[in-house]
Design a binder for this molecule. Sequence first.
Ligand code: CDP
Ligand code: CDP
Length: 226
Amino acid sequence: MNTLRVALDGPAGAGKSTVAKRVAAALGVAYVDTGAMYRAITWKALQREIPLHDEAALTDLANSIRIDFKPRPEGQAVFVDGVEVTDAIRTLEVTNNVSAVSAVAGVRIAMVNLQRDIASRTGVLMDGRDIGTVVLPNADVKIWLTASVEARANRRYQELLGKGVQCDLQQIQDDIQRRDEYDASREHSPMVKAEDAVVVDTTGMSVDEVIAKIQSICTSAQAQKS
Ligand code: CDP
Ligand code: CDP
């Protein structure tokens, strides 16, 4: 079993989950999509009509929720308390509310504990915003994956067009920028590059080029570890 622990952080649309899945599979470590965990709590809070300013209720929810990941050939399926929410957590409603929910200290404490627990049992590649700074400060590899906001917005736009969804490129860019600013300026574990993270700017790079680059960083770290 590979015990390597990789922290992959960066802003929205940088390509974290796209590359993380494939690199984790190649390395033989578990892939943990921490954004999906915050999205799962947001989905459940919206379902239960919990006011998103009610920090105590959101914290109780985060402490009682059960989130499971199940690998599927087309990607990772996500379950909340036994209900599949893989698509439900990607709606615009969840996307527009997730930053507010994930800014709540009690929610973060509950999720960080779960994430550390997973990493204590297996090698992992974890993607998120605070993995290298808070969740796994001693990770073997820390990568800050980024790209220009225009490139990131265009990727989301292409992704939606590919699914037949009509959308506005400028609106997508504005939404991404607003969410990044919110995530970077919150009080508890803001999105920030860890001092010792390697920066990979993927503007103008293909998915395969990014995967090759990240895999080579991880393979070198693994060689040093063993
Ligand atoms: O895929 P996308 O970049 O749109 O977002 P995500 O990775 O699914 O994360 C959704 C949201 O969860 C982010 O905008 C953050 O507000 C929050 N998040 C966080 O606070 N900490 C993490 N480790 C991961 C996500
Ligand atoms: O997880 P994160 O929000 O960082 O990004 P994502 O959900 O993986 O979305 C990135 C999108 O950009 C996907 O549609 C990828 O196919 C595309 N893309 C990429 O990830 N990397 C590139 N170098 C080029 C495009």
